[in-house]
Design a protein around this ligand. Structure first.
Ligand code: HXC
Length: 257
């Protein structure tokens, strides 16, 4: 891995992926996205990992897709490169993903943060979909996920003006889970990750899948999907352990089985 740093054992059960093109503000070129896809595939299979944090650095989470790499391309080049199959794979990660965002999260960077399940932001974070300023528009889910997250009026404004919002505004609008001073954002993401990592990873996987289903189907089908996954948790040792621990007034030790 050249453009990202991966630590599968950053903390107990928590993996950390750092986007690492600092000079280019972590612009997401094709190689970086391939590396990210591969890292997530491996971490998803790694039994010692329960939660994955994706971060950048203080100045930038990611300032978008790499404009220099895209500038000379035709529509057919873009079609043939098919970069979004990489994004689709990332989206299929089964373990909870937390984006720890400071500085710029723009265009594809904002879209990558929104592809994660939760976002922890620093006060200095700047979220935006500025593609319109370079004559294009969001292509990795920006028009869809932002609209679902913050509603039509504000999403429309951000997508059509390219204006940024800061961490506090992003939290007020429901785009991010938590906003903290810049020196705390990674730590805050780690404590959120640690909380989730203490739960049954089987239940976490099934619960993540079920929450995501809420965006993809109507209520009746979503409730049915939820119910099946709920029943499935009763096939796990973690369910027995969790319920017994409650009754015996002790802390549950989940195994992921
Ligand atoms: C390539 C980028 C880049 C990008 C920054 N850089 N963003 N290179 N692609 N998206 C490079 C700059 O060229 C520069 O390198 C270096 O990073 C530092 O950036 P500066 O512009 O000098 O920094 P600053 O003045 O602080 O401005 C920061 C900024 C600005 C406001 C974030 O860089 C900016 O507007 N970037 C583009 C944001 C954007 O439009 N993103 C959406 C991209 S389209 P050099 O070597 O030149 O000094 C997109 C579509 C997604 O994301 C669709 C699917 C994936």
């Amino acid at each position: 891995m050249e453009l990202i740093k991966v630590n599968p054992a950053h903390k107990k059960y928590i993996a950390l992926i750092e986007l690492n093109r600092p000079k280019e503000l972590n612009a997401l070129n094709l190689q970086l996205m391939q590396e990210l896809k591969e890292a997530l595939r491996q971490l998803d299979e790694d039994e010692t990992v329960r939660v994955i944090i994706i971060t950048g650095n203080e100045r930038a989470f990611a300032a978008g897709a790499d404009i220099k790499q895209m500038a000379g391309k035709t529509a057919i080049d873009m079609l043939n490169i098919d970069q979004f199959s990489t994004w689709d794979q990332i989206r299929k990660t089964k373990k909870p993903l937390i984006a720890a965002v400071s500085g710029f999260a723009l265009g594809g960077g904002c879209e990558l943060a929104m592809t994660c399940d939760m976002i922890v932001a620093s006060e200095t974070a700047k979220f935006g979909q500025p593609e319109i300023k370079i004559g294009v528009m969001p292509g990795a889910g920006g028009t869809q996920r932002l609209t679902r997250a913050i509603g039509k009026a504000r999403a429309m404004e951000m997508v059509l003006t390219g204006d940024f919002i800061d961490g506090h505004e992003a939290q007020r609008l429901g785009l991010v889970n938590r906003v903290v001073p810049v020196e705390m954002y990674l730590h805050e993401a780690e404590s959120l990750a640690a909380k989730i990592a203490a739960m049954s990873p089987v239940a976490a996987k099934l619960a993540k899948e079920s929450v995501n289903r809420a965006f993809e189907t109507h209520l009746d089908e979503g409730l049915n999907f939820e119910r099946k996954n709920f029943y499935l948790t009763f096939a796990s040792e973690d369910q027995t352990e969790g319920m017994n621990a409650f009754i015996e007034k002790r802390k549950a030790e989940f195994k992921g089985r």
